[in-house]
Design a binder for this molecule. Structure first.
Ligand SMILES: C[S@@+](CC[C@H](N)C(=O)[O-])C[C@H]1O[C@@H](n2cnc3c(N)ncnc32)[C@H](O)[C@@H]1O
Length: 156
């Protein structure tokens, strides 16, 4: 089973270092691919909704038809770390579909992308920047695999 993370927008140097650290750790346990899309830059006439829609179309073009789509959204379903690990473990044990995780850009996620979601996942009720959401998600995925393997990273 593989994980793919689709993100919109770039990270600065320290964010990139943090994200790279967790994704490298994660790759020791699972296949992992990062797809980083450019933020939509429209002209002065383009409304935020139009830009979001275009961004959404580019995201959906990268989603595989058989993938389990997990959209990151502060209004989504919340899990504790053990709960997320259990969800991931069930998918791994039952040769589940590959996961495609999606983090929106600075303006959020187009409704069409949300419609494609099998799960909307919230990391907190608080809103994070997309950069911070990426780092927190990668850390939680890494934490999940260490929980699944009973390794000492997670100290509840
Ligand atoms: C700055 S937020 C966008 C906020 C915007 N108000 C919206 O409508 O979604 C950028 C992206 O980071 C992710 N994100 C931010 N906070 C999150 C949270 N607490 N849980 C899950 N994802 C979050 C989401 O994917 C979101 O689209």
């Amino acid at each position: 089973m593989k994980l793919r993370l689709i993100c919109v927008g770039k990270l600065n140097a320290w964010q990139r270092a943090a994200a790279a650290d967790y994704s490298e750790r994660l790759q020791h346990y699972l296949g992992f691919e990062l797809v980083e899309l450019k933020e939509e830059k429209g002209g002065r006439k383009d409304s935020p909704a139009v830009l979001l829609k275009r961004e959404g179309e580019r995201i959906l073009a990268r989603v595989g038809s058989t993938e389990q789509v997990v959209v990151l959204d502060e209004g989504g379903r919340q899990f504790d770390s053990e709960g997320l690990a259990a969800l991931l473990e069930a998918a791994m044990l039952h040769a589940g579909r590959d996961w495609c995780l999606i983090i929106g850009g600075a303006c959020g996620i187009d409704p069409e992308v949300r419609k494609r979601a099998d799960l909307c996942l919230s990391l907190s009720k608080m809103t994070f920047t997309h950069q911070m959401a990426r780092i927190f998600l990668l850390e939680q995925l890494y934490r999940s695999v260490t929980i699944i393997r009973h390794e000492p990273y997670h100290n509840p």
